[in-house]
Design a protein. Structure first.
Ligand SMILES: [Zn+2]
Length: 592
């Protein structure tokens, strides 16, 4: 958020505060211009339980409530109750979200999420509840905007309001906590024709940004005209004109710059990229194609309406998903390359909407935020990869990777948790790259289904390793574990799951050595050594006959990665020595 926005927020805050606006919000900014300031978590990660527990009394809200009050220690305080937020059905299971109450007042960010299969078995529980034993506060003064917030271990009665895109907790004049809530970034239908980029003009012309292949301030050019594709799609006809709307997706103007959405008296929406109607048609087309894809996989998370403004943010290079309106909204900015000219931006933002529908209100906490950004990047990349393989490891090929911003990738070799930074967007590459590696082995529809199923089980403040366990569980719910090994292998490669010596995938682990503070993660292609004490280490690789392969390698960085595509498949011994002559070794099985 810019200082300007903060200032204007402060001046409008009191007025709006009196209005007592209240809604559960979580908006996700899309991708760029993100401030590199770390998201400040309100609370520490939730407590995760992955034991399978058979439910007595059936798979329903009452039975789950009775079970939780017995199972979770924080609910033994008789002043506490739990209240159902929602119950969602997915192809693989049933998902219950509760919130803790104390003397009848909701405890802020106390979501308790329970995921069951379609039978009577709980697969996971995420517990954000608070220990209320020593709470001495009175809730007599509470009204409909009141929540109980915890600051420095002290529980206090606060007011929760939403002003613009910000959720604020206050006590008297004091702001206790605030956060951004945006995730940035049936009528009769008739067949119409329109021109679009598919997925973007650089991918179809097989060029990278530069030379003549530049935005040039949204002007038209021959090369851009050459990349237009004519497509047909359904639009709404109201007896006088066609509009870009159906039961699910509506192109509207609700944010500056105020540009009326394209309509047409005939069944053609033909625009070039310099005309405002182009972004309307491009966004409408890609959103509808993607909506049908999600629906066809058996998920209902795209069966909800959404409104879209393709010329928004007053000229800023920014896009966003905003869940606080009914229906929710997508905003696409027109700074830099117009965001709605690139299918990757369009589908990324729609990903936030899908995630929101699967587990509403759960996009809280920095790692959980990264998981949402990663979903957007993954769905964008897997959508465009189905259209073209050109630079398919890049996300935002036209909108980013250029003079305006760097874009992102889905083939990062970053490892969790070592490579976590303060940016939720950069951290997202760990998860999106793992998803894309699995996608490349098991195929698009299988991977898309797994990640949508996984999002139903998400809760506030979960970690990336929680998500990894849920992804493995999603495969057990949907496919009886058919893809366990490809999933496990790529999650292990990125440090998202621990090594299990007895894994059924033929992945070999380390022999415990004498060097402490050393961790090894390996797969069939590479290994990474985490050197927690950061001393100077020497590494040698031997083949099965004891012959040393290549020179000795010295390293002192925290994480050292090794891979060699020219090394033949086989068993190798890796030996690591410290300056005081302690050594540790492990067996590395290279598969190709
Ligand atoms: Zn985003």
């Amino acid at each position: 958020m810019s200082c300007h926005l903060l200032e204007s927020f402060r001046s409008t805050f009191r007025t709006l505060f009196i209005l007592g606006l209240c809604a559960l919000v979580n908006v996700a900014w899309s991708q760029k211009n993100e401030s590199e300031v770390a998201v400040k978590d309100y609370k520490s990660p939730c407590v995760s339980h992955f034991e399978k527990i058979s439910l007595e009394g059936g798979n329903n809200t009452t039975a789950i409530t009775v079970f939780l009050k017995r199972y979770l220690p924080h609910l033994s305080d008789t002043r506490c109750e739990i209240k159902l937020n929602y119950r969602n059905l997915s192809p693989g299971g049933i998902h219950y979200s509760f919130v803790q109450t104390f003397l009848g007042v909701e405890v802020y960010q106390s979501e308790i999420k329970v995921n069951t299969d379609r039978d009577h078995t709980i697969h996971s529980i995420f517990d954000n509840s608070f220990d209320t034993e020593n709470w001495r506060l009175s809730t007599k003064e509470a009204d409909r905007n009141s929540v109980i917030a915890v600051q420095d271990k002290e529980a206090m009665l606060c007011q929760r309001v939403v002003v613009g895109h910000t959720e604020i907790l206050t006590k008297g004049d004091q702001v206790i906590y605030q956060r951004e809530v945006n995730s940035y970034f049936s009528p009769p239908d008739s067949l119409v024709w329109g021109k679009i980029f598919n997925p973007d003009p650089l991918t179809t012309s097989q060029q990278v940004y530069g030379g003549i292949y530049v935005d040039h301030n949204d002007t038209n050019a021959t090369w851009l005209d050459n990349e237009l594709q004519t497509v047909s799609f359904m639009a709404y006809f109201d007896s006088s004109k066609f509009t870009l709307a159906n039961s699910y997706i509506r192109i509207l103007d609700f944010d500056a710059p105020n540009i009326a959405p394209a309509t047409s008296a005939v069944n053609q929406f033909f625009f070039n990229r310099s005309e405002s109607g182009f972004e309307d048609v491009n966004a409408f087309y890609h959103l509808n194609i993607y909506r049908q894809h999600v629906h066809s996989l058996g998920f209902d998370i795209a069966d909800h309406p959404i409104d879209v403004d393709t010329h928004a943010f007053g000229g800023a290079d920014q896009s966003a998903f905003e869940p606080t309106h009914t229906p929710p909204r997508l905003y696409f900015g027109v700074g830099g390359v117009d965001d709605a000219e690139d299918a990757d931006v369009i589908i990324h933002e729609y990903g936030h909407f899908l995630s929101y529908n699967a587990s509403p209100g759960s996009n809280l906490g920095s790692q959980r935020n990264s998981l949402d950004e990663a979903l957007g990047d993954y769905v964008a990349a897997s959508y465009s990869k189905a259209i073209s393989l050109y630079k398919s490891d890049w996300v935002f090929n036209w909108d980013g990777h250029n003079e305006y911003w760097a874009g992102r990738v889905v083939n990062s070799s970053k490892v969790y948790p070592t490579d976590l930074s303060s940016s939720i967007y950069k951290n997202a590459e760990i998860w999106s790259s793992a998803l894309m590696a699995i996608h490349d082995e098991i195929g698009r529809n299988a991977m898309d289904s797994l990640i949508f199923q996984t999002h139903f089980s998400y809760a506030a403040n979960i970690s990336m390793s929680d998500a990894a366990t849920l992804l493995i569980d999603a495969d057990s719910l949907l496919n009886h574990g058919a893809y366990y090994c490809p999933i496990y292998k790529h999650l292990l490669e990125r440090g998202l799951v621990p090594f299990y010596a007895g894994n059924p995938c033929g992945i070999n682990g380390i022999n415990e050595g004498t060097l402490e503070d050393l961790k090894v993660i390996q797969d069939g292609h590479s290994f990474a050594v985490t050197n927690l004490s950061a001393t100077d280490l020497k590494l040698k690789i031997f083949n099965i006959t004891g012959q040393q392969i290549g020179p000795e390698i010295e390293f002192s960085q925290t994480v050292f990665r090794y891979s060699d595509v020219n090394l033949p498949a086989g068993i190798y011994l890796v030996s690591i020595g410290s300056p005081n002559n302690k050594t540790s070794s492990f067996k590395w099985v290279k598969v190709k």
